[in-house]
Design a protein. Sequence first.
Length: 222
Amino acid sequence: MSQRRSGPRVPKQPAAPSSVTEAVSPDHDLENEASFRRVWFSDFDLSGQEADSVEFEQCRFSRASLARAVVNDASWTDCLAENCDWANLRASKAGLSRVRLTTVRLTGVQWIDCGLRDVEFRDCRIDLGTFRFSSFRDVAFTDCNLTRADFTNADLRGAVFSGCDLSGAQFAQAECDGARFVRCELAGIGSVTSLRGATLTSYDLAALSVTFAAALGISIEE
């Protein structure tokens, strides 16, 4: 039996660096075991690059692209990202700690078997994103597009979804005991019974009524 975890808390904010170095190519392109500390990736293109064991610490990303990049065993610590394109980024076994992402395009992102702690997603587009087998501890999704996102086998006990569109999202075998959903769009979500133990507002429960009925084999007549 899984150990019950306390409910999610407000994510800690990333630590501010004392100074930053502006990224320049090729010095700050991705390569295996690269370590970037206090680097500002402004209008910087890392799209399609591949590397293993990359570390980002106290870095800032502004209008930077990681679209279609592949970074396994990577880590982001005390990082901020704003107005970036990270669509179709693939990052397995990655770690995010004290990270804030605002208006970042994450369509089709694949964070598989990753650990997220003290992370905030705000006004992000994460439709078709995959978070399979990932764990969430004090993670907040606020006003995000998460349509058809995949949380299969994810540990969501430390996650809060507020004002998010989760239409068609998949929660098969997810751990949701303690997760919170606040005024979200939950129509057509998959494996609705995996939400056992989650906290929903009355608004969310009303929106889920048809999905619950279908999962229980209940027919609804006009």
